[in-house]
Design a protein around this ligand. Structure first.
Ligand code: UDP
Ligand code: MG
Length: 310
């Protein structure tokens, strides 16, 4: 069994793969311990799959897990954790935005006895202001409305002790928000700071659509707050109208012509109609996720993978 497992999800990262392998190897060799690199191919179409197989031929420490199609980043990382065998498992992006050298700091903390060592982004290079703003807002929103304490500005780049990996492996929820799950599990955690680099090559594989899905998975997995919003708005609207009714009656008795006509009626009806539809949509988000869980399908389908244990 290797001492350390490095897990990287791969979705069309053929330009980054050789460099990722080279840098991970360099860093891991310097530890003097055994290690493996679990690469999870999340339905790549750019030749990454063959490249992973070649790397594995050259170096048996590379273990490719190949999905039957694209299942998404969080699921790919989950599969990597399932196939990992190390006493400590490091999750890292394949695009080298998370510098492999930071793994050494993480290992040092792990050897001090910490079971979760997450990397905190002290600075980010070369990302658009839009990404920075949405990310910052997202982390702070999650912090406010969820019950688990998720450290600010951390991603999935982290080291997890075998104990943590085993517990998370038993949590088979479909809409996964791994950093929330790893906080939920508990254990002794600590952060190490690092500078997030630019992508080594290629473009982000997280278009706005995937980012929004990720954010809604994160919120629905760890908070009932959106469900309660309808109740709050309901109380506010009922309170407002019970105050407004006597005012309007008094104005009318005094001979005022305020609030005559259709416009004010229409605005009130449309406003409440809108609020009701949004509330229904929010309910739908939760019910859809319940339905997905009820189907109980496997989290991912593997076309080709090494033996789980040996
Ligand atoms: N990724 C994946 N499946 C996807 C999208 C992304 O496995 O559907 C991988 C991708 O190859 C990379 C990591 O997830 O290793 C992070 O993606 P990316 O760098 O595009 O995200 P960003 O850093 O822009 O948020
Ligand atoms: Mg990236």
């Amino acid at each position: 069994m290797p001492k350390y497992s490095i897990v990287a999800p791969i979705y069309n990262e053929s330009e980054n793969l050789p460099e990722l392998f080279r840098r991970v190897r360099e860093v891991m060799e310097s530890t003097g311990k055994t290690w493996e690199l679990v690469l999870v191919d999340d339905g790549s179409t750019d030749g990454s799959t063959d490249l992973m197989r070649e790397l594995a031929e050259e170096d048996p420490r590379v273990r490719p897990v190949i999905f039957a199609r694209n299942f998404g980043h969080q699921i790919a990382v989950t599969a990597g954790m399932d196939y990992s065998r190390g006493d400590a498992v490091v999750i890292i992006d394949a695009d080298l935005q998370d510098p492999p050298e930071v793994i050494l700091d993480m290992i040092a903390k792990w050897r001090e006895g910490y079971e979760v060592v997450y990397a905190v982004r002290a600075e980010r290079e070369g990302e658009s202001w839009f990404k920075l703003l949405t990310a910052a807002t997202f982390y702070r929103l999650i912090q406010r409305i969820t019950d688990v304490d998720i450290p600010l500005d951390t991603g999935d780049f982290r080291l997890l002790d075998r104990k943590v990996v085993d517990v998370m492996g038993q949590m088979r929820e479909r809409h996964r928000f791994l950093r929330g799950m790893s906080s939920w599990v508990g254990f002794k955690s600590v952060g190490v700071e690092y500078q997030r680099s630019e992508r080594f090559a290629g473009e982000t594989k997280y278009p706005l659509r995937k980012m929004l899905k990720f954010a809604s998975d994160a919120i629905t997995s760890f908070s009932y707050f959106p469900l309660q919003v309808a109740t709050y708005i309901g109380f506010a609207a009922a309170g407002f109208s019970s105050l407004a009714i006597p005012v309007v009656i008094a104005l009318r008795l005094a001979g005022s012509r305020a609030f005559f006509g259709q416009a004010s009626t229409l605005i009130a009806v449309l406003f409440l109609g809108g609020v009701q539809l949004i509330s229904l949509g929010i309910l739908g988000e939760y019910i859809g996720r319940l339905y997905d869980e009820a189907k109980g399908r496997p989290l991912y389908v593997v076309r080709d993978a090494p033996e789980r244990e040996e």
